[in-house]
Design a protein around this ligand. Structure first.
Ligand code: COS
Length: 384
């Protein structure tokens, strides 16, 4: 009980081997140059870890939600920017998996699984951040399809991805019930991208605006039905908030591992600083919090896989708890390294900067608390 299966343990070991050999050596340079982690991309595609959640019937690895969490956690342990590759591919394509028909799934999941094109998720807009239903991007009927016009903001891997799930308002009077999800391709006429944002962290993952200028999308690229887009977008986030929790657990573990090695080597007052009880208490708290965050994240992954009624609560809880943990643990790792922790010669300051986004994206931790409170007040009980 409460242990990973042998298969899941084997996946963790396999991902860790790839991450340490092929991804970790480039993490500092990727951050320093704010460049796309091409080495990680190539290694993840070669090992079939770039979009592990895609079912086998579409040529994917068929990883369950927990296995996908393990992939993302282990990559984030060495490089959070690189962990956005499997995470964003799941976020972008999950609407198709949840709401698309067989034809749409085959058409878009197959190239994703083959490594022939990533998938981004276009929900946020300049005026639709936490208030995601306030979509200003318009979808207007035109022949056998729809004309899309609008601006999407904060889109991870924009410009790199070939495919985009785009939420747009098809019937403004209906508010959330008018929102519709479409698959847009990078090569569609009228699609363009803004300049890369200059960010505090996850500098290797390009974040850009996506401009939709009279983009025509045929009916067969609607995900689900007209008006179902908001529900599909929210269901998607229920599942993928668990993957953000996985990033958070991974980066926290990476910072803890580095700090553990450092405090046993660094000597002050004639002995390793790990001999001092004040630091031992810090280390103990870090380890305790990382493990609690991990357990909650894996419990949420189980709910994601089964589609349990309490997934909405668990996804929000895991994301909020694990990201707050990652922020605290990475800050403490910088503290344990003292002046060295404050320099770019050591990885913990990068980890601290990268951890911050996990408290913000896929819904701020304030929004997670709204989501959790609503679930509790609605009487949704834990399935355990
Ligand atoms: N699953 C299925 N349907 C859902 C849902 C979910 N998890 N959450 C909401 N819906 C449905 C609701 O049931 C409601 O439909 P009904 O009117 O038929 O009941 C509809 O969607 C509107 O929901 P609600 O009234 O709760 O919407 P709000 O405008 O109050 O927004 C929050 C709710 C704030 C929780 C939502 O906008 C949100 O999650 N915001 C953050 C968005 C985010 O994470 N952005 C990051 C972008 S990705 S990097």
């Amino acid at each position: 009980m409460f242990v990973l299966s042998e298969e899941h343990q084997a996946i963790r070991e396999a991902v860790r081997a790839v991450a340490e050999a092929k991804i970790a050596p480039h993490a500092a340079d990727v951050d320093e140059q704010a460049r796309y982690p091409q080495e990680a991309h190539d290694a993840l595609v070669a090992a079939d870890f770039h979009a592990p959640h895609v079912p086998e019937e579409y040529g994917g690895a068929g990883a369950d939600a927990l296995a996908t969490v393990l992939v993302i956690e282990e990559v984030a342990r060495v490089c959070v920017s690189s962990s956005l590759i499997p995470a964003v591919n799941k976020l972008g394509s999950l609407p198709v998996m949840l709401g698309g028909n067989d034809q749409l799934k085959k058409r878009y999941l197959t190239p994703l699984a083959a490594g022939d094109g990533g998938f981004s998720y276009c929900l946020s807009e300049p005026d639709a951040g936490s208030d995601a239903a306030n979509q200003k991007t318009k979808a207007v009927r035109d022949g056998d399809g729809w004309r899309l016009n609008g601006v999407k903001r904060w889109i991870s891997n924009a410009g790199v991805s070939e495919y985009y799930t785009v939420l747009a308002q098809a019937d403004p009077e209906q508010r959330s019930k008018g929102i519709t999800a479409f698959v847009v391709e990078k090569s569609d006429e009228g699609v363009s991208f803004g300049a890369p944002e200059r960010k505090l962290g996850i500098k290797g993952s390009p974040t850009r605006e996506v401009y939709l200028d009279d983009v025509w999308v045929p009916d067969d690229r609607i995900i689900g039905d007209v008006g179902q887009g908001f529900a599909i977008a929210m269901q998607t986030l229920d599942h993928t908030r668990v993957t953000i929790a996985a990033q958070a657990v991974g980066v926290a573990q990476g910072a803890l591992d580095y700090a553990l090695g450092y405090v046993q080597e660094r000597k002050q007052f004639g002995k390793p600083i790990s001999d001092f009880q004040g630091l031992q208490f810090m280390i103990a708290d870090m380890g305790m919090k990382v493990e609690a965050a991990r357990q909650l994240t894996y419990a949420a992954a189980g709910r994601s896989e089964r589609g349990d009624d309490d997934l909405t609560f668990f996804g929000a809880a895991a994301k909020a708890f694990a990201s707050d943990t990652a922020m605290q643990v990475t800050l403490d790792a910088v503290q344990l390294l003292g002046g060295y922790g404050f320099t770019r010669d050591y990885p913990v300051e990068r980890m601290m900067r990268d951890a911050k986004i996990t408290q913000i994206y896929e819904g701020t931790n304030q929004v997670q608390r709204i989501v959790m409170a609503r679930q509790l007040l609605a009487g949704i009980q834990s399935t355990l």
